[in-house]
Design a protein around this ligand. Sequence first.
Ligand SMILES: NC(=O)c1ccc[n+]([C@@H]2O[C@H](COP(=O)([O-])OP(=O)(O)OC[C@H]3O[C@@H](n4cnc5c(N)ncnc54)[C@H](O)[C@@H]3O)[C@@H](O)[C@H]2O)c1
Length: 385
Amino acid sequence: MQKYRVAILGCRGRGTAAGRAYHQHPRTEVVALCDLVPELLATLGDELGVTARYDDLDRMIEAEAPDIVAIPTGTEFHYPLAMRVLEHGVHIDIEKPICTTLAEADAVLAKAAEKGVRVAVHHQGRTGGALQAVKAAIAEGRIGDLRYLQGSGKGYYGGYGLMNIATHSLNAMLGVAGPVGSVQAVALTDGRQITPEDVVPSPSGMGYIAGEHVTAALAFECGISGVLLQHRFPKMDSTAYMIEIYGTEGRLYWKSGAPWILSTPHFAPGQDEWQPLAPIVPEHYDPAGPASLEDYQFADEYVQALDEGRAHECSGDAGRHVLEILMGIFESGARGRRVDLPQADRDHPLLRWRGEHGLGLPGPMPRPYGEWLAAEDGRLGRSAS
Ligand SMILES: NC(=O)c1ccc[n+]([C@@H]2O[C@H](COP(=O)([O-])OP(=O)(O)OC[C@H]3O[C@@H](n4cnc5c(N)ncnc54)[C@H](O)[C@@H]3O)[C@@H](O)[C@H]2O)c1
């Protein structure tokens, strides 16, 4: 059986996770690493036993001829790096969110199509064992017909939570209910509707955002609705990051690694209990190995997709549709009306909105989230939180 050759471009946290998954999977081999920081190359290279180490991605790809290049770098670098990598005609595994604007995502997918290669966007929850168990329960009819989905974030500033965490929630929701046809959102900053002055650069280089507290209604093309919550909490709380799936006869609860089922659609305390479901795990996954189950399953899905000549379940198209929904939420929150997808305008809707009000690009903000929050609280006239 062919072993796919994988190169990792960016060897910090997410590159380490990707490297471990492709190293552990029996059908993939990490053949080369690239980073601008020599210590990171040394640490990951020593751990995985990879001696081909580069600081120039073009030289790496020319010398090592990988089948797949993983691009786990800061989000603002996804677009330029993906375009450079795709020029070599190799498949990519790009971290989430795919890009910071729809125009960039369109260009990446067009370049991949021109070169005849695949794009996978690293929303590992969608291919993970917990969501597979949830989908199996739905397919077995255990909650009746799908009726409604609800997802919540971890308490990040809402607009940042959309780009950072809701990108995962949305792709998981797409895996359950299919594409979204339209969105309608309420976006509040400081307890009032957002204004063009509330558009700010995102923390962590995720483009432009607005809204401290965002609630969005989603109309799925299959004829059901959903709600996505991204609300800033006083303190982050990752237990809030989950999706609930309501059926006519029961409910399912998904969070990374932890699927649950309730045998009634209408939960009342003291009546029925939530029961755990077993995540679906490939038999060749060794939990004692360094790879996380979800990253391993993401790599496993890439192997199967390439073997079968089809798209990864977390394809470039799915990743762009997620961004389409996120940009639709920003546009809807700004204008207070429903936004139908896909959008005709591919530039950033919040920058377009500012432009219509005679405003150019917003001023710079710190990149680290804690400093960013302090600056935003200062902009809003609050003492730093
Ligand atoms: N899927 C997930 O669960 C998950 C979790 C956290 C973050 N993320 C995503 O991962 C990305 C960030 O990953 P990270 O936190 O590991 O990134 P990071 O910014 O900490 O590290 C990126 C690495 O890439 C290297 N790099 C950047 N440009 C390069 C170039 N031109 N050539 C060679 N090396 C280069 C940098 O030196 C750095 O070491 C973001 O897009 C974020 O949204 C995903």
